[in-house]
Design a protein around this ligand. Structure first.
Ligand code: URA
Length: 217
């Protein structure tokens, strides 16, 4: 078990709402079916979307209620992009989009080259005008942090206004790795687990998120 760098920990928003914690516990259980794992992930993602969008800018608009004219707040969901790291990140998309339906969606696919151990990009599709947008990168597990940090590095080439990272679970290794490469990225997570095992799985964790979402085990 390695310590979390205190500066890195300061970038982590732990979403400890009882509903989030309860659903996460149900998802961790090995007997959870694919169907219930996916449904719980969907519900959890929408709850977590409230936290990750807490500081979203609003603008004043003038509207007519049935009784009078007033100035009210409005967000511009179209400025927000959820970027899914394939494939497990797709499990988070429906839930976050149910809360911010106007948001755009990007996808990034990376694999680890077995010889160089470097992240290699195989898919990258983003909306236009990324320099006007705030990005929330989504992936259920921030484990070694290698692909997450590589995805953020690639996304920075698009010069977005900001980048946040939303996951279900992380661990000291992932938090420290993200901070080393991207100290400007805030992480939103439902839990910080104990450690990574030798195969890069989070302990106690919930297993392989992609397999559990898509039933491919
Ligand atoms: N990816 C997963 O799906 N699970 C882990 O525990 C770590 C990485």
């Amino acid at each position: 078990m390695i310590p979390i760098d205190p500066a890195a920990r300061a970038n982590v928003h732990l979403i400890d709402h009882p509903l989030v914690q309860h659903k996460l516990t149900l998802m961790r259980k090995k007997e959870a079916s694919t169907n219930s794992f996916r449904r719980l992930l969907n519900e959890l993602s929408s709850l977590m979307a409230y936290e990750v969008t807490r500081d979203m800018a609003t603008q004043d608009v003038t509207i007519e209620t049935p009784l009078e004219t007033m100035t009210a707040k409005q967000i511009d969901g179209k400025k927000l992009v959820f970027v899914s790291i394939l494939r497990a990140g797709n499990g988070i998309l429906d839930g976050v989009l149910s809360v911010v339906p106007g948001a755009r969606v990007g996808h990034i696919g990376l694999y680890r080259d077995p010889k160089t151990l470097q992240a290699v990009e195989y898919y990258f599709k983003m909306p236009k005008n990324m320099e006007e947008r705030d990005i929330v990168v989504v992936d259920p597990m921030l484990a070694t942090g290698n692909s997450a940090a590589a995805a953020v590095t690639r996304l920075k080439e698009c010069s977005p206004k900001s980048i946040k990272f939303l996951c279900l679970l992380t661990c000291p290794e992932g938090i420290n790795a993200m901070y080393r490469e991207h100290p400007d990225v805030q992480i939103y997570t439902a839990a910080i687990d104990r450690e990574l095992n030798d195969h890069g799985y989070i302990l106690p964790g919930l297993g392989d998120a992609g397999d559990r979402i898509f039933g491919t085990q």
